[in-house]
Design a protein around this ligand. Structure first.
Ligand SMILES: *[C@@H]1O[C@H](CO)[C@@H](O)[C@H](O)[C@H]1NC(C)=O
Ligand SMILES: *[C@@H]1O[C@H](CO)[C@@H](O)[C@H](O)[C@H]1NC(C)=O
Ligand SMILES: *[C@@H]1O[C@H](CO)[C@@H](O)[C@H](O)[C@H]1NC(C)=O
Ligand SMILES: *[C@@H]1O[C@H](CO)[C@@H](O)[C@H](O)[C@H]1NC(C)=O
Ligand SMILES: *[C@@H]1O[C@H](CO)[C@@H](O)[C@H](O)[C@H]1NC(C)=O
Ligand SMILES: *[C@@H]1O[C@H](CO)[C@@H](O)[C@H](O)[C@H]1NC(C)=O
Ligand SMILES: *[C@@H]1O[C@H](CO)[C@@H](O)[C@H](O)[C@H]1NC(C)=O
Ligand SMILES: *[C@@H]1O[C@H](CO)[C@@H](O)[C@H](O)[C@H]1NC(C)=O
Ligand SMILES: *[C@@H]1O[C@H](CO)[C@@H](O)[C@H](O)[C@H]1NC(C)=O
Ligand SMILES: *[C@@H]1O[C@H](CO)[C@@H](O)[C@H](O)[C@H]1NC(C)=O
Ligand SMILES: *[C@@H]1O[C@H](CO)[C@@H](O)[C@H](O)[C@H]1NC(C)=O
Ligand SMILES: *[C@@H]1O[C@H](CO)[C@@H](O)[C@H](O)[C@H]1NC(C)=O
Length: 836
């Protein structure tokens, strides 16, 4: 039995336990015996220096071919090319073998790959290119793409970096996969094993730089001990061609260096930065450069001294210039104390207002790093108008792989379709084709530098991002930075084959789940361009639309009893539409031409305003929240249909998350719908909102040791109330008679899982225990937790197919733990096919 199980597993290409650490570099055996005869038998490496990316390529090729075909490559000699893989730089190749035609076509980091019969050539423009070509070849083999190929691949842009928001104490801002792999207790970590493994993953998707610390930077990174530590990190990354960079705190000369000022025009400050920079480059001669967040969200910057942002950026540029370093300067500068009573105030205008007069004033090694939208990684934003404002400044786009506003890796949201919409968007500057992807590459405005920065925030969790399915985002990010013309679905399917194997049903199912995941998330969070509608004042996870208004942060919805949306028109609003080139501005200026999915971003309209679909705004809100949440339920069934086709470890891990998402999508649906129903008092035409015939509210049960509790915000509890235990040491019970007809039901319990305790629950029908569980999601999910009963902590557990008689006694007991008072919202009795 055991043996046949193992054979069955081998047949399907399943490894016994897969913890995710290999990500898409599993090199799993191909499913059917693919002929080995045409494979090369040896490898000729044109650089035998240990630690060089070409040497790494050689090791990787051996490892991959061993894994995929069980074949050990011999060491070839340069005189015998027959049946060999030759890997090296164009220069090294020409030295050994003479002229090579395609060399002229190679651009920096590019490669030539040719695989014909059993002769394989992998020639990089540089060492990094040779490594990229090797990973590309192995990816083809691992996907069973064994046919002959011959092509040159060059990068679309030179800057293909990740940003990691890791703090010196080992925590990660907006990280959902455990603590840092780079830092602990205020210092760079000693053990760089995972750092090297991460660099390997990044090299395989052609990422060439990594900023290792948070943009909200801590100057203690610049201590001698930490500079030495940075050297350790760079040493671990160098064999993979990934260059290290760091974020700087603008005030360091004062707070860390002991100077009386950090004025960028003070010569002592300049000298201080030159000194520090020299020290770092002495230890990391190939450092990529710096990333700076200045005068943003409380961070210090040049404005403190009435200096311009360009003067601030250029100070770092001068220090880095002699070493060939680049300064990425973030455009995320805005005033977070603006006044909503001013109809014309608009945070979305800030970047253009701060930067437009500085165009052309940045040194040539400065790149302005611009978030894709004008606000902050929302589920839907138009492209930032700054991309078309800066014509004489190099720019890069900032994308977020970590799902800060997009479910924090507990909701499946495949982001490549969102990024593609942004990258392919045509800003029509000067009435000429001006796609964002061609602006950031430097091509459109003829800039020397440009590219992408992806905020990733991997952690020590073996899954890297906290969730296996989220890794498709990292994979797609890197390859889109290399070639934005690649399709979102094509990238996804390559990733599925590499991650889960070749089973057709797995490929189809995961494709379908992933491709509808962003539209579903948009549907049940914030649609029509109103932003994510999450809690912007606490964690950016669960629903809380009220937090978006009546504060200075400027993520306003301007929702009142009758109307909603930001009037960003020139004719009557904030003028933001006018920041775009004229053709695009014209589209956004008018309600008629603005696409529905950005309507409320650009216009303030009545809830009864009719969309192009014919529905009113409010009915669209209701419908799409129901449809999006229904899609989230389907994801569970779809994943379940893959049981036995994926190894148990990953199958269970993903299933747990899909079930969580299905429950949390209902929290979102009900919360947002209830909020706008309450505000507008406009009824749902389909009669669903506020009407829950399958629920029993906990506060209406007979309580012993429990009391009713008004939840804040009110719409994150069904009926605005939940129950909590009266003491934090003794158990409480809630009982009620079942009034539903006898039959089989799925019984769902909505409760709140707070951080700071692990309450224990039991559900009984009559005296039979149906199930028990613990409030321990803080150990099982990585999202930012909450200490309150709210939209972040609200969750659901479901017991399937339970036989219940009318008049039976339902009892839930809850044992509080610490500050978690075993909170319960309601219980649903769901007949087959009903979701409530
Ligand atoms: C071999 O690799 C080392 C380290 O990357 C590099 O310094 C050297 O130039 C390389 N030699 C050739 C011939 O490419
Ligand atoms: C190939 O050469 C490497 C050193 O470059 C050595 O470690 C390895 O054992 C050799 N492999 C074979 C199969 O001879
Ligand atoms: C910076 O790091 C030091 C050393 O770990 C720590 O004591 C300090 O609190 C940190 N500062 C901030 C603002 O996080
Ligand atoms: C370093 O980290 C790796 C990966 O987490 C681990 O396997 C290894 O045991 C660690 N080494 C030491 C010396 O702690
Ligand atoms: C940097 O400054 C320190 C003292 O603050 C000095 O000892 C050192 O020589 C300087 N290093 C460089 C590279 O200028
Ligand atoms: C900056 O300028 C403002 C007025 O333009 C002035 O009130 C302020 O004192 C100046 N600050 C500094 C640090 O020079
Ligand atoms: C990774 O996260 C999962 C929850 O997603 C958790 O169960 C597991 O213990 C974590 N593993 C590590 C090594 O952090
Ligand atoms: C024009 O702006 C005012 C606020 O200044 C607002 O109250 C009004 O609704 C807007 N009118 C239209 C037609 O959008
Ligand atoms: C929007 O609703 C308000 C309040 O009911 C009403 O006065 C106004 O005429 C409506 N505007 C439009 C454009 O329908
Ligand atoms: C999202 O909502 C729209 C409008 O209600 C609907 O047409 C679409 O099918 C939904 N998509 C998903 C994936 O939920
Ligand atoms: C449950 O058990 C208790 C005592 O153990 C008994 O008094 C009670 O009648 C039982 N209730 C039901 C509904 O069976
Ligand atoms: C019990 O609850 C009280 C009040 O909420 C709180 O102050 C106390 O810390 C809790 N006790 C424990 C052990 O968590």
């Amino acid at each position: 039995m055991l043996l046949s199980g193992v054979l069955f597993g081998l047949f399907l290409g399943l490894a016994s336990g897969e913890d995710g650490s290999a990500a898409w570099l599993r090199y799993a055996p191909l499913p059917h015996d693919s002929s080995h005869s045409s494979l090369p038998s040896s490898i000729i490496t044109l650089n035998s220096t240990r630690g060089s990316p070409v040497y790494t390529a050689q090791q990787e090729l051996r490892r991959g071919i061993q894994g995929i075909f069980g074949k050990t490559l011999n060491n070839g000699t340069s005189s015998n090319q027959h049946g060999a893989i030759i890997v090296g730089t164009a220069q090294a190749y020409q030295k050994s073998y003479g002229e090579f035609d395609d060399a002229k076509e190679l651009e920096e980091d590019g490669y030539f790959l040719s695989s014909e019969s059993n002769q394989v050539l992998i020639i990089g423009q540089n060492e990094r290119g040779a490594l990229y070509g090797s990973f590309d070849y192995l990816s083809r083999l691992a996907q069973g793409k064994l046919g002959a190929v011959s092509y040159v691949s060059n990068p679309h842009a030179s800057i293909r970096w990740t940003n990691e928001w890791d703090n010196m104490d080992g925590s990660i801002e907006r990280g959902y996969a455990g603590p840092s792999i780079f830092f602990e207790n205020g210092f760079v970590t000693d053990n760089v094993t995972r750092v090297a493994e991460y660099a390997r993953l990044l090299a395989s998707i052609r990422i060439n730089g990594m900023i290792v610390n948070n943009v909200n930077a801590n100057a203690t990174l610049l201590s001698p001990r930490n500079i030495n530590g940075l050297g350790r990190l760079a040493d671990a990354m160098r064999p993979y061609g990934v260059q290290l960079g760091i974020s700087l705190n603008f005030a360091s000369p004062q707070t860390f260096g002991g100077l009386s000022t950090f004025d960028p025009l003070d010569p002592a400050v300049d000298a201080w930065w030159a000194n520090i920079t020299n020290q770092i480059y002495a230890r990391v001669p190939d450092m990529a450069g710096y990333l700076v967040k200045a005068n943003s969200e409380g961070q210090p910057g040049p404005l403190t001294y009435n200096r311009t942002l360009a003067e601030g950026a250029n100070m770092f540029a001068r220090a880095a210039k002699p070493h060939g370093g680049i300064v990425m300067f973030r455009a995320f500068v805005y005033d977070n104390h603006i006044n909503e009573s001013n109809w014309k105030a608009d945070r979305a205008n800030a970047a253009v207002e701060f930067f437009q007069d500085l165009d052309g004033k940045f040194d040539d090694n400065v790149v302005v790093q611009i978030k894709y939208g004008p606000i902050d990684f929302q589920v839907r934003e138009p492209v930032s108008p700054l991309f078309s404002t800066l014509r004489n400044t190099s720019t890069a786009i900032e994308l977020q792989v970590t799902q800060e506003y997009l479910g924090q890796q507990t909701h499946l949201v495949y982001l490549a379709p969102l990024w593609k919409e942004i990258l392919e968007f045509d800003m029509k500057a000067d009435n000429r084709s001006s796609k964002v992807k061609d602006i950031i590459s430097g091509e459109r405005f003829r800039r020397p530098l440009g590219g992408s920065a992806g905020v990733v925030n991997v952690g020590t969790n073996t899954t890297w991002l906290g969730s296996h399915l989220s890794m498709s985002n990292l994979y797609a990010y890197g390859l889109l930075a290399w070639d934005p013309a690649l399709g979102a679905e094509e990238l996804l399917q390559d990733w599925i084959r590499l991650t889960f194997g070749h089973d057709k049903k797995v490929i189809e199912t995961v494709t379908e789940m992933s491709m509808k995941s962003w539209p579903a998330y948009e549907n049940y969070t914030g649609n029509l361009g109103i932003q994510t509608l999450t809690d912007i004042l606490y964690t950016h996870f669960g629903p809380n639309p009220a937090t978006m208004d009546n504060n200075g942060w400027g993520q306003w919805t301007r929702a009142d009893k009758f109307s909603i949306g930001m009037d960003r028109t020139v004719k009557n609003g904030t003028g933001n539409a006018g920041q775009y080139p004229s053709e695009v501005a014209k589209v956004y200026e008018s309600i008629e031409t603005t696409p529905d999915n950005l309507l409320l971003w650009f216009h303030h309209v009545n809830y009864t305003h009719r969309l192009k679909s014919g529905k009113t705004v409010i009915q669209h809100f209701y419908d799409s929240h129901y449809e999006g949440a229904a899609t989230a339920q389907d994801l569970v069934e779809q994943w379940n249909s893959l049981e036995g086709r994926i190894d148990v470890e990953r199958f269970e891990h993903v299933l747990f998350r899909q079930k969580y998402q299905a429950g949390h999508a209902l929290v979102w649906r009900d919360s947002i719908n209830q909020f706008y129903y309450n505000l507008s008092e406009i009824k749902d035409e389909a009669g669903r909102v506020g009407n829950h015939p399958y629920r029993i509210e906990a506060e209406k049960m007979t309580l012993d040791g429990y009391r009713s509790y008004s939840v804040n915000p009110f719409h994150t509890a069904s009926g605005a109330k939940a129950i909590v235990t009266t003491s934090n040491t003794t158990e409480g019970t809630a009982t009620t008679k079942v009034t539903f007809e006898s039959g089989r039901y799925d019984i769902a319990v909505n409760y709140y899982d707070l951080i700071g305790g692990k309450a224990q629950y039991e559900l009984h029908i009559n005296n039979k225990t149906i199930g028990s569980w613990k409030g321990d999601l803080e150990d099982k999910l990585g999202h930012a937790p909450s200490v309150y009963l709210d939209g972040h902590s609200a969750t659901r557990i479901t017991f399937r197919n339970i036989t219940v008689g009318k008049g039976d006694v339902l009892k839930i007991s809850g044992r509080p733990d610490g500050v978690e008072p075993a909170p319960i919202d309601y219980v649903s009795f769901l007949p087959p096919g009903v979701v409530d």
